[in-house]
Ligand binder design. Sequence first.
Ligand code: MLC
Ligand code: AMP
Length: 471
Amino acid sequence: MDLLTGLVSTADGPGDGPRAITVADQAISRGELLARADRLAADLTGARAVAVRASADLDTIVTVVAGLRAGVPVVPIAHDAGPAERDHILRDSGADVIRAAGTWQDVSLPAIADTGPVSDPPGAPALVMYTSGTTGAPKGVLIPDRAIAACLDGLAESWGWTADDHLVHGLPLFHVHGLVLGVLGALRRGCALTHTGRPTPEAYAAAAGRGGSLFFGVPTVWSRLVADPTSAAALRGARALVSGSAPLPVSVFESLRTLTGVAPLERYGMTETLITVSTRVDGERRPGSVGLPITGVETRLRDDDGVVIGNDGTTIGTLEVRGTTLGHGYLGRPDATSASLTDDGWFITGDSAVIGEDGMHRIVGRTSVDIIKCGGFKVGAGEVEAAIAELAGVTEVAVIGAPDDDLGESIVAVVVTDGAVAAERIIDHVAGTLSVHKRPRRVVLVDELPRNALGKVQKRELLRQITEEGS
Ligand code: MLC
Ligand code: AMP
């Protein structure tokens, strides 16, 4: 299917211009983007998958569009991924082409067994996006173009998103939020896009001055914006401010409304399902609520015994979703794919939620303590623990997410050492081998970890100790 309909239909048309797509200090028209992508697509045709070092730049966007136009799965990798994370993704995805401006020029593709094409049950996925689980290395989610189209069209309907919008954000281009919504969304709608490079309050204010109408951010972006009232006031004329990827604190919602005059829209999703629930531009925007299922999506709550819970506004259950936006499971991991689905085919999100009689959804937490959301990035405790455990001198480690006013949760590593490992060394090791956003923000050196009778680390107890100690 043609996913990028807005790009194709508006390229070189009346609404196009040399700054239609702007990324930090680079700009390009939609016509030129399409021409460059199609030249690259001709070279990519027949490739198994193309891995791209996803920095915030036009090269990344050109490569993603080229892969989509050539029907070659695109594998975005964090621009700051260290060797362990990068090589895992290259090997696991089976990418046979790598596009990496700058520092990765010399990276060679790992030898891979010829396992045939990267496959998605009915054909090649458009994207393979890596996401962390509770344990192990990140898994590649197979995302078909139909799911992307359904998600983007459902959100367009919820938000009144059209070609007349001018989308602004500064989010990373290796996750769903920044890449699928933030780039492919603009290209499907055919609207102007300004990527600010970094999502700073000053950059969002400047983009508002250049006609930005629709702004995306994770809660950390919005809480930093409201801490800078002058920049926030620049967004007064915005048509919509959208928050997602982590819970938006009610206080930040209220400050945004006061400082900008715009009540934010909130939407909820996952890499595996894309965006499934959102508040509507023509509906109620209730602080603390992520709204209603978008077109094509159904949700339900089940309790620990698997019994479906009615939408009563008070009973908490595990949220399950099904519908047109769902991906096709994890690449090469039929075990994990089937564990993520119920017997009757619903995807188990792992988020705890409440649904009101009016259908409004409230996310109240996660079922696993081993998934941390830091600045909107999902980080698996097990992956960070494995990286830290490699260091000589580390004898035991437990990684937890501690509540944090700026980041939502901050990554804390609680470590037992033989006395010769400095906290900075631990932080730098994670930043350098995995990626910078997975680094612990704090290392607590202890003599022993609290364990239960079976020897399992008691993370909730550890979290209580750390939180009390820090307060
Ligand atoms: C610090 N730095 C280090 C370092 N310590 N570098 C190497 N080693 C160390 N030990 C440097 C970094 O390189 C960076 O440099 C700078 O410090 C700041 O990095 P940071 O501390 O990580 O940035 P921070 O300000 O904390 O970032 C906040 C943030 C970021 C909000 C900008 O968390 C962010 O972009 N979040 C978005 C996450 C997101 O898109 N999630 C969507 C997932 S999809 P420099 O030079 O770069 O400044 C999903 C589905 C859905 O969830 O629903 O959307
Ligand atoms: P990721 O795997 O990076 O796609 O992260 C998905 C997770 O982010 C979900 O399972 C939720 O825990 C969280 N999330 C996304 N959007 C929201 C939101 N609006 N409110 C609360 N949590 C959210």
